[in-house]
Design a protein around this ligand. Structure first.
Ligand SMILES: [Zn+2]
Length: 176
């Protein structure tokens, strides 16, 4: 489980994205949304690259939507047993990685003015959905990655602990 703050977004991260991802970043008008997508895509590639022993830009990420074929679907890594899930909200981007395969879903939500239990329930539903739903999922309510944010992980790997790593130092640094 890897998290990073939105302040880590910089244009240099575009270099590790593929053509589709760069196009999507370019077509995202709202600046904060664009930064969250850019950082999420770069972090997913950086984490996957570290696990697959590849440069981040050399990782093949398939985002084809299973419903309409557009490039906004759940990211998968064809030809690997790596399962990943990405979530971003507020000032936080989170990436979960399951090296041995299995099911995993992560959801981070900024609470804002909403009651925390309401937001927690929402993240549980989202994490379960992203992990494919159904029985056999273990939920992990993780420490808040930033003030007023909730982070929940769902996986069918019943390991006792989930390590949360601040991934700021994993990302390519801003050069200017
Ligand atoms: Zn679609």
């Amino acid at each position: 489980m890897f998290t990073v703050g939105l302040t880590m977004a910089h244009v240099g991260l575009l270099d590790v994205l593929d053509h589709h991802e760069r196009q999507r970043a370019a077509s995202t008008v709202a600046e904060a949304d664009r930064a969250r997508f850019l950082l999420g895509a770069a972090l997913l590639r950086t984490v996957a690259g570290a696990m697959l022993d590849l440069p981040a830009e050399a990782v093949t990420v398939d985002r084809a939507c299973s419903h309409c074929g557009r490039w906004h679907g759940r990211p998968t890594l064809p030809g690997t047993s790596l399962e990943m899930s990405v979530s971003h909200s507020g000032t936080v981007v989170a990436v979960a990685a399951l090296p041995g395969g299995g099911r995993v879903g992560v959801d981070v939500e900024r609470t804002g003015d909403r009651p925390v239990p309401e937001v927690v329930a929402w993240t549980i539903a989202e994490a379960q959905f992203k992990a494919g739903g159904g029985p056999g999922l273990t939920l992990h309510r993780l420490p808040p990655p930033a003030p007023r944010h909730v982070l929940t992980l769902a996986t069918n790997q019943a390991s006792a602990t989930v390590e949360v790593v601040n991934a700021a130092t994993l990302l390519p640094p801003a050069t200017s």
